[in-house]
Design a protein around this ligand. Structure first.
Ligand code: AHN
Ligand code: ZN
Length: 332
């Protein structure tokens, strides 16, 4: 913890050092406004309802009818709130050779503003409950209330808030597809190749606008479980330490320190890894990490048939949603 603080403070000291060196006085830095913007209240009932709606389609497994139906609902919904929304269709090959008809779903606020923030989550759900205690379920698709549904639910509600009060900067919301089609536990392909995050890999190489860039990105993954804890994920700290600090400090300042704990977690091969490495957009992952859970990584019902609606807690959705929209509104 001490070490991390020092790293964060370094640039501040360097700034003073430069000024003291008696160089030309630089143009006055834009001050953060004295009167803070009024941040709307994130509605967790609404976010919860968006998750219920997704789950009601059935498992959103790529190439399935439920997947198709949910995609068209998502793009319609996002279209209601944003300036423009569309589907980026692509084909990608899964670990087992299956060709997946992928659909990244993209919504854009304030397309004319160059200062942009990227908010994202995966919307597809896993075809395999390969961490289920019952081996008979290892090829059963999951509901993905938390893993898939929650991040999208929170971002749809954030979009609804932005539609009612303009954050005054560019915001792009992307629901990535084919994130969760990685090889199952007992597969030969485990450990060789980037089989997770296929939709974000596609988008990072083929962004929806030429040379797309955002000043930073936030990925939400498994942000709905009751009593979730968000540790500071490894790649996030590696690629975007300042933004991790900013988001965690914001959460703690507005009363969600029980969820956003200042503790380092493991490195997760999630969508943000590709956004950082392929597009060079500093992107953090807000993800429920729990080294003491039954799977030693994530929430207890991760990749089991028990990842269902009853595991979702509205106070968790509130903590994440309020934090994210606060960061966005205060960014201007
Ligand atoms: C791996 O466990 C390799 N990636 C986790 C990314 C993930 C799966 N997020 C949700 N489901
Ligand atoms: Zn998953």
């Amino acid at each position: 913890m001490k070490k991390i603080n020092l790293i964060f403070l370094l640039p501040v000291f360097m700034l003073f050092a430069c000024n003291e060196a008696g160089k030309q006085p630089t143009k006055e830095k834009k001050q953060t406004p004295k009167v803070k913007v009024e941040v709307p209240s994130f509605n967790s009932d609404s976010a919860y309802a968006w998750i219920e709606k997704q789950v009601a389609f059935g498992p959103r497994v790529p190439n399935s009818d439920a997947h198709k139906a949910c995609a068209s609902w998502l793009v319609d919904k996002l279209g209601e709130f944003t300036d423009t929304a569309f589907i980026q269709s692509f084909k990608t090959r899964a670990f087992d050779g299956t060709v997946l008809n992928g659909k990244n779903i993209i919504g854009v606020f304030n397309p004319g503003i160059s200062n942009r923030i990227l908010l994202c989550a995966h919307w597809d759900t896993r075809p395999f409950a390969d961490h289920d205690p019952d081996e008979a379920n290892h090829r059963t698709a999951i509901d993905g209330a938390n893993d898939g549904g929650s991040g999208v639910g929170v971002l749809l509600e954030a979009a609804r808030q932005f539609s009612m009060k303009d954050p005054g900067l560019g915001v792009d919301i992307i629901f990535f597809d084919t994130e969760d089609y990685g090889p199952p536990q007992d597969s030969q392909q485990r450990g060789e190749g980037d089989w997770w995050g296929l939709g974000s890999q596609y988008w990072a190489g083929n962004p929806h606008t030429m040379n797309y860039f955002a000043s930073f990105g936030i990925l939400l993954d498994m942000v709905g479980a009751k009593d979730a804890r968000f540790l500071m994920e490894g790649y996030s700290l590696m690629y975007a330490p300042g933004f991790v600090k900013k988001v965690w400090e914001t959460a703690n300042r507005i009363g969600f320190g029980n969820y956003f704990v200042f503790e380092q977690g493991g490195y997760i091969e999630d969508d943000h890894k590709y956004i950082n490495e392929i597009r060079n957009i500093p992107t953090i992952d807000i993800i429920h990490l729990d080294p003491n859970s039954v799977n030693r990584s994530f929430f207890d019902h991760w990749h089991t048939v028990e990842d269902t609606m009853d595991k979702i807690g509205k106070p968790t959705l509130k903590a994440v949603g309020q934090t994210v929209i606060t960061v966005v509104y205060e960014m201007k």
